[in-house]
Design a binder for this molecule. Sequence first.
Ligand SMILES: Nc1ncnc2c1ncn2[C@@H]1O[C@H](COP(=O)(O)OP(=O)(O)O)[C@@H](O)[C@H]1O
Ligand SMILES: O=C(O)C1=C[C@@H](OP(=O)(O)O)[C@@H](O)[C@H](O)C1
Ligand SMILES: [Mg+2]
Length: 172
Amino acid sequence: MFFVGFMGAGKTSVARRLARTCKVASVDMDTYIERREGKKVKEIFAAVGEEGFRAVETEVLRELGAAADPMLVSCGGGVVVTPANHEVFRECGFVVYLEVTADEAAGRISDTSTRPLFQNLEAARARCAERLPLYAAVADATVNTAGKSVPAIAREVQRILEKEGILCPQRR
Ligand SMILES: Nc1ncnc2c1ncn2[C@@H]1O[C@H](COP(=O)(O)OP(=O)(O)O)[C@@H](O)[C@H]1O
Ligand SMILES: O=C(O)C1=C[C@@H](OP(=O)(O)O)[C@@H](O)[C@H](O)C1
Ligand SMILES: [Mg+2]
């Protein structure tokens, strides 16, 4: 399954938390891309621009989508801007959309220097609004994250995935 949503929605944190509590594998696409390319996301943007980064992102999404083992994949926030990626989502699994406003995300992200596309709040608001319909289009389930902690969001997602038969019910 895949987590999508704007930067700061908590995709990386919630996937990691859920992987730990439910003992399943998780992969963060940005971390995977950084290892594969031997560069930080910021450096990839500086070297080949957003377009170059998106090309690598699509290759990686396809690889992860085709993987035999079930896992939790936290995508980068811009994964939905590439139309080809919507096909992967349609064919390869369940998509959970973590909703957040740009304003709330700005309060969560302490260091925006690691996120080349979150440099200024005005621009982030506009980018977020532009992407909302794209997140909604790929989502199989939507979780609003406003004012909730990472463990609380992870529990909410866990219930959804258990109901869908994607995760085995855990003893609580
Ligand atoms: N629900 C939340 N409440 C408060 N802080 C959060 C929440 N989710 C994530 N964060 C913090 O926000 C920052 C971005 O989270 P991250 O998981 O990297 O988001 P994403 O992968 O969606 O960009 C991190 O510093 C993280 O600790
Ligand atoms: O929204 C975006 O375009 C991006 C989001 C980032 O991931 P997070 O959403 O995990 O911050 C990262 O992939 C890159 O900086 C581009
Ligand atoms: Mg992330």
